[in-house]
Design a protein around this ligand. Structure first.
Ligand code: SF4
Ligand code: FES
Length: 538
């Protein structure tokens, strides 16, 4: 651990790292809950909201300072709301000035339930309103952000369409500048700005320009109030009704950390989950909106010769085809988990000489964007490598005539490259395990539905060699659907009853996974030991 120094918090000595933001030292090391609106751990410090005020000892005694801007140094002495009435009084004043013209539309605001203004009112505010009913509220917004309400009163900034993804409710904005800093510093495309001065300041895009960026929905997360909301989630659910599981981005090899939020058997939104080593606090819009495809065009049962059958029948027909095969090509999937691919390897072992494993992908690999996408759409490519699965799909094309049976799971070969995949149509029996009615299912002689990425528990290895977990969200379109590993293990005759059995089988093949448990991987993942260390049992 970095060298620690001693600071004094409310008369108590606390060991903290030197030169970290005082707000982090208070929250993490002193365990003093310290409010913030403008501070965000993954953005630069702006120091404009003043809600994090504390008292700090200086040459003229204790004076106010903002905890988000100050850094820890030896001998620093701080008074927080725990020991200082003045801190409480000052923060109440900040809350009063922020709320004086803030609309009281929590009942219809999507941020209600996760709004820091609500939270800090309960924690630091609770002031009596001094607002005169005659004066009323003075809503904020520029001339072009105003409208006239049913009573003929000029109001400011309701439901401004900022672009394809986001609506701005200007009068809720507390001008913390987090959204501006996100666009400047993370997106590196300055599309938002604060215009006006003082209490007339307001958030806007540049004249005639929309907010349009592949990561722009992150501004709805950093917005501490309900000023910026995503069109995809507005008025869909009250946030306190949502339950969540922690998972990772299945569409990219970085595996950005996220939570899947669900209610009533349906996923309602995907939110970024902070992991400083992977995606900080950000996910791409394309990742965030993946949930919209979860319930669409699913393969919920099985198909044999183009006719719908139930799942049991589909599996039975697949088993008969496999046992009657003379030469079978088994195609691994970098879109599946370690457990799924370990089950495929178990099937290969069970079938012996007549089976051969193929791996790889025909999807194009792009460039990393430096935020939350690596550019490689094969999420578990490193996991397949770890299991010793070769990248040899093109060899399968050349040798297609050698096989009479093909088994593909969770891998839409015909969508990735229809021309190459067409050569696989020379293989007469094509067994496909898939979650969606995709182009590969259309070419299958037997297709069996399996659970989709959000519905399974398992491990993937990202492009940084970090093992990360997906967790199962209870939103199955057909409760009888099984994860791919269970169907494959059944075909292999393996008696695995849970994901961990499949994971243990993977550990037996990949020494670098040895010693890991789901608990040890945890919500933030675990970096694989280097091969030499793994061999030494470290
Ligand atoms: S819109 Fe939200 S994030 Fe942007 S300045 Fe206003 S309160 Fe802050
Ligand atoms: S959080 Fe410190 S000034 Fe805003």
């Amino acid at each position: 651990m970095a060298d620690l120094i001693t600071i004094t918090v409310d008369g108590r000595d606390v060991q903290v790292p030197a030169k970290i933001q005082l707000i982090e030292a208070l929250r993490t090391y002193a365990k003093v809950d310290t409010p913030a609106f403008c501070y965000h751990p993954d953005l630069s410090v702006a120091g404009n909201c003043r809600i994090c005020l504390v008292e700090v000892a200086g040459p003229r005694g204790f004076a106010f300072g903002i905890a988000c801007h100050m850094q820890t140094a030896p001998g620093l002495s701080v008074k927080t709301q725990i020991s200082s009435e003045r801190v409480k009084w000052a923060r109440r004043g900040v809350m009063e000035s922020l709320l004086v013209n803030h609309p009281l539309d929590c009942p219809i605001c999507d941020k209600a339930g996760e709004c820091t203004l609500q939270e800090h009112y309960m924690g630091q505010g609770q002031h009596e309103s001094r607002l005169s009913d005659d004066a009323g509220k003075n809503y904020k917004g520029g001339a072009d952000h105003r409208f006239t309400d049913a009573k003929g009163v000029d109001r400011g900034g309701k439901k401004i369409d900022l672009g394809k993804t986001i609506i701005l409710d200007q009068e809720r904005c507390i001008v913390c500048s987090r959204c501006v800093r996100f666009m400047d510093e993370v997106a590196k495309d300055s599309q938002l700005a604060i215009a006006g001065r003082g209490d007339h300041a307001y958030i806007t895009t540049f004249p005639g320009k929309p907010l349009a960026h592949a990561y722009d929905l992150n501004v709805t997360d950093v917005c501490p109030v309900g000023a910026l909301t995503g069109k995809h989630f507005r008025f869909q659910q009250r946030v306190w009704t949502l339950k969540s599981v922690e998972s990772i981005d299945p569409s990219d090899a970085l595996g950005a950390n996220l939570t899947i939020e669900y209610n009533n058997g349906r996923v309602w939104r995907i939110m970024p989950r902070r992991n400083v080593a992977v995606n900080k606090s950000w996910i791409a819009n394309s990742t965030r909106l993946l949930y919209q495809k979860l319930a669409v065009d699913r393969l919920t049962d099985a198909r044999v010769g183009g006719k719908d059958v139930d799942l049991d029948t589909g599996v039975k027909v697949a088993r008969i085809a496999i046992s009657g095969a003379k030469r079978i090509a088994l195609v691994a999937s970098g879109h599946g988990t370690i457990e799924d691919n370990a089950a495929l390897l178990a099937l290969k072992d069970a079938l012996g000489e007549k089976a051969e494993i193929f791996g790889g992908s025909w999807l194009p690999v792009g460039k990393a964007d430096g935020i939350a996408l690596s550019g490689d759409p094969v999420a578990n490519r490193a996991g397949l490598k770890l299991l010793g699965i070769p990248e040899n799909l093109d060899a399968l094309i050349e040798r297609a005539g050698e096989f009479d049976t093909l088994l593909v799971f969770n891998h839409d070969l015909w969508a990735a490259d229809a021309a190459k995949a067409a050569k696989l149509e020379a293989i007469p029996a094509r067994i496909v395990l898939a979650s969606w009615l995709d182009a590969t299912v259309a070419k299958a002689t037997v297709a069996v539905g399996i659970r989709a990425w959000a519905e399974v528990r398992g491990a993937m290895v990202n492009c940084q060699e970090r093992v990360q977990l997906t967790q199962a969200c209870p939103v199955l379109p057909n409760p009888a659907l099984e994860p791919a590993w269970r169907v494959l293990a059944g075909l292999a005759g393996a008696t695995w009853s849970a994901e961990i059995d499949a994971f243990k089988a993977a550990q037996a093949r990949a020494p670098r996974l040895a010693g890991l448990t789901y608990r040890a991987i945890g919500p933030l993942g675990a970096v694989l030991p280097q091969p030499a260390l793994a061999a030494a049992g470290a």
